[in-house]
Design a protein around this ligand. Structure first.
Ligand code: SAM
Length: 277
């Protein structure tokens, strides 16, 4: 699929789902796993202060959190409606001074920003999964690297191929009905009409690792975000509600196994963090 088409589809979907996207990461304990595991690894690798690019940052959940933690932030996204919502939320939460710019554009072309600008570069929650063709994804990664300063961590999370298939049997069996669709997801990782709406690319961990295997980068961490809970959304939410001690132990297990290669590869979302050297 051509870049123009996949970007137009992503804009159309995300412009209608701003509130859904704003609530997504905090709506229940299961979804919080993605948010909190990402923050856990960001806390491990971010510098103590500096300017962060939140690319594909949507309505600004990470931008606002990081601004509250004292970072200066630039929020960047392809969907104007997300950015308009973020602008209001940034004001409402009193972090306007820390969010330096809000910029609209595609991660495939970060020419709005000079090279070696940011102390950390983030692209979280799957923006890269909506970039069609391997060439454009490689270009987006090159752009994320270009705008990072030497020494800066670059954190990117995407949707996982096995995680999505594992969930499809339960939540989206209609996605499995058409043989050519299922085959395309399995073989190429591509769904041209995910949920009948937009383009999505689902990654194997190996593929994500290879995309970031560059001379300029050192691999810091590769982790699953929902981890072993991936096919157990309801069970995870019930455990949290009914058994606090059980949940506490489950979270301990989660952090012990989330970087296990089998867990990374079967997570709904996986996160790679590299450092520009
Ligand atoms: C699932 S949301 C994640 C938002 C946010 N990073 C988070 O984790 O809450 C994906 C975001 O990627 C944005 N997006 C999709 N394609 C993009 C592209 N080519 N360039 C920049 N943003 C893009 C969408 O507008 C949407 O806000």
């Amino acid at each position: 699929m051509k870049r123009e088409k996949s970007e137009a589809l992503a804009k159309a979907v995300y412009s209608k789902g701003v509130l859904y996207e704003w609530k997504r990461l905090v709506k229940d304990p299961f979804h919080r796993l993605e948010f909190e595991t990402t923050l856990h690894f960001l806390t491990k690798h971010l510098p103590r202060k500096g300017l962060i690019l939140d690319a594909g940052g949507g309505p600004g959940r990470y931008s606002i959190e990081l601004a509250k933690r004292g970072y200066d932030v630039v929020l960047f996204d392809i969907t104007a409606e997300n950015l308009a919502f973020a602008q209001k939320e940034i004001e409402r939460q009193g972090v306007s001074k820390k969010v330096k710019y809000i910029v609209q554009g595609s991660i495939v072309d970060l020419s709005n920003f000079k090279s070696n600008t940011f102390d950390a570069v983030l692209c979280l929650g799957g923006a890269l999964s909506h970039v069609s063709t391997p060439q454009n994804r490689a270009r987006a990664v090159s752009e994320l690297i270009r705008v990072a300063r030497k020494g800066a961590p670059i954190a990117v999370s995407v949707m996982g191929r096995l995680g999505v298939l594992m969930n499809a049997i339960r939540y989206w069996p209609e996605e499995l009905r058409v043989t050519s669709n299922t085959e395309r997801i399995l073989r190429k990782g591509d769904d041209h009409m995910w949920h009948h709406k937009y383009y999505a690319h689902f990654f194997y961990a190996k593929e994500l690792k290879e995309l970031f295997a560059r001379k300029k980068l050192k691999l810091l961490d590769l982790t699953g975000l929902e981890g072993l809970s991936t096919p157990y959304k309801e069970e995870a939410n019930t455990l949290f509600k009914k058994d606090k001690a059980g949940w506490k132990n489950w979270i301990k297990v989660h952090y012990q196994v989330c970087t296990h290669p089998a867990v990374v590869d079967t997570s709904a979302h996986m996160l790679i963090i590299t450092r520009k050297i």
